[in-house]
Design a protein. Structure first.
Length: 448
């Protein structure tokens, strides 16, 4: 890798971070009275996870957080993005906080602060308590209220030392893949009937912002997964399909937060279950806007009898990651996406934080030597360069976060996809930094 050319393209003052999520790294699903989430049900059901794995032991960060923090300190990141497991804090998804569950995060926060790293937790990274799913999950308005109560408990427990919070991670993934097509927990296949889960997650975000601000939080925001959508051709059918996909993937989640209104969703034959006051709560100006970015999406019109009117197709003329042809590598599309957000939302757009960016490539399960992951280095360097281009174009980007610190449990793909800067042997939990870890460390050091 050409470090020198990369260094020229680093935006001055950008903060650096790396991310993980509770269910993907913690393991220890039965420890200390932890309750069950929809992901426990999903991984314990036969045939749901590609390699039959169940997230254990994996990185086992519940028992090895000290190792994670030592790695983060060595990396030199300003912040660490991790997530808090609702069912460790409230095993049943309601009621009093579990002292043992909170104690894990309490210590994690203290240890991060001792290491000079700002803790930046996500309050919800997909692990809904099963009891709430039984009552309708994110289809039920009540789940948003319950989330607000859980957030208040977390803030009571660690809010004296945590000032920066992500509320909900990628509501789009939960809606479309969790409730729409069933690829992620809870594995329901409701297609467009899943859309009320958008509103209830955004409402949950609104309740969380209110609860955290009441407690004195300094910075609160949602983190949406965005993709740059392009039509497969200039045909009217493809352009219409791409517009619908953009609405469904991007605008339906960004507009309410940033403008206080849903876009016109009549094409999907539904209206959001909005009540008076909801949109004011949802659009309380966030302190930052979190953007997770992996790839652009090329959309073609689907055949007339298809259940949905659009179809993702391979993006022409670009390389692909370990996930295959629907996951192209196209860094300029990140610049274009950030510019589009700025153009579309103008003053309503707060400073941007890149909450996740990264890639998985085939790598060995057992590391016998340092993994020379030059394709990951190239991916990260090019995307940081794309952020620099956006900053040059006048976009306010404050922070960049690599997904992920560690190889971890990649949801329905189990342990088959490796996104880490650090290799993890998923049976021994042994951690081995990859070449990309050194590269990121040197990059960060060069900016200090
Ligand atoms: C995010 O999901 C999640 O927040 C996170 O938990 C997850 O582990 C991470 O992305 C990685 O998947 O890197 O080009 O091979 C977003 C949905 C679906 C995006 C798979 C990345 C693979 C693209 N992810 N996709 S690539």
């Amino acid at each position: 890798m050409t470090d020198a050319s990369t260094l020229l393209r680093v935006p001055p003052g950008l903060r650096w971070s790396a991310a993980t999520a509770a269910f993907q790294i913690e393991g220890a699903r039965a420890a200390d009275g932890r309750g069950r989430s929809i992901w426990d049900d999903f991984v314990d059901a036969p045939g749901r996870v590609r390699d039959g794995s169940n997230a254990e032991p994996g990185p086992d960060s519940y028992h090895r957080s000290a190792e994670d923090i030592a790695l983060l300190r060595d990396l030199g990141v300003d912040r660490y993005r991790f997530s808090i497991s609702w069912v460790r804090v409230q095993p049943e998804g309601r009621g009093a906080a579990s002292a043992a569950g909170l104690a894990y995060y309490d210590r994690l926060v203290d240890d991060l602060l001792d290491a000079g790293i700002t803790p930046f937790p996500t309050l919800y990274h997909w692990d809904l308590p099963v009891g709430l799913e039984a009552d309708g999950g994110w289809l039920a308005r009540d789940t948003a209220t319950r989330f607000g109560e859980y957030v208040a408990l977390v803030a009571d427990g660690i809010g004296d030392r945590v000032a920066h919070w992500y509320t909900i991670n990628e509501p789009v993934s939960t809606t479309l893949q969790g409730y729409g097509i069933g690829e992620l927990a809870p594995g329901r296949q409701l297609l467009f009937d899943a859309l009320p889960t958008v509103h209830h997650q955004l409402l949950a975000h609104g309740h969380a912002v209110a609860a955290l601000r009441a407690q004195g939080a300094a910075a609160v925001g949602i983190v949406n997964n965005h993709t740059l959508v392009r039509p497969a051709s200039d045909s009217e059918a493809d352009r219409t399909a791409a517009g619908l996909y953009d609405l469904l993937h991007n605008r339906m989640f960004a507009d309410p937060v940033l403008t206080g209104e849903y876009p016109d969703l009549s094409a999907f034959g539904m209206e959001m279950p909005v009540r008076e006051g909801d949109l004011a709560l949802i659009s309380a100006r966030p302190d930052f806007y979190g953007v997770n970015f992996y790839n652009p999406t090329t959309i073609a019109a689907a055949p007339v009898d298809a259940p949905v009117p659009f179809e993702p197709v391979a993006t022409p003329r670009v390389e692909h990651t370990g996930f295959g042809e629907l996951w192209p590598i196209d860094p300029p599309s990140l610049t274009a996406l950030l510019v589009d957000l700025h153009t579309h939302y103008g003053e309503a757009l707060p400073p941007i934080i890149i909450g996740e960016n990264g890639a998985s490539f085939p790598e060995p399960d057992h590391a016998t030597a340092v993994i020379d992951d030059e394709r990951r280095i190239a991916y990260l360097a090019a995307h940081i360069g794309a952020v620099a281009d956006a900053v040059d174009a006048g976009i306010d980007v404050e922070e960049y976060t690599v997904w992920s610190l560690l190889d971890n449990f990649e949801w329905a793909d189990g342990f088959t996809q490796r996104f880490g800067l650090v290799h993890v042997d998923q049976t021994t939990s042994e951690r081995t930094p990859k070449a990309s870890f050194d590269w990121y460390r040197n990059l960060i050091a060069s900016t200090k």
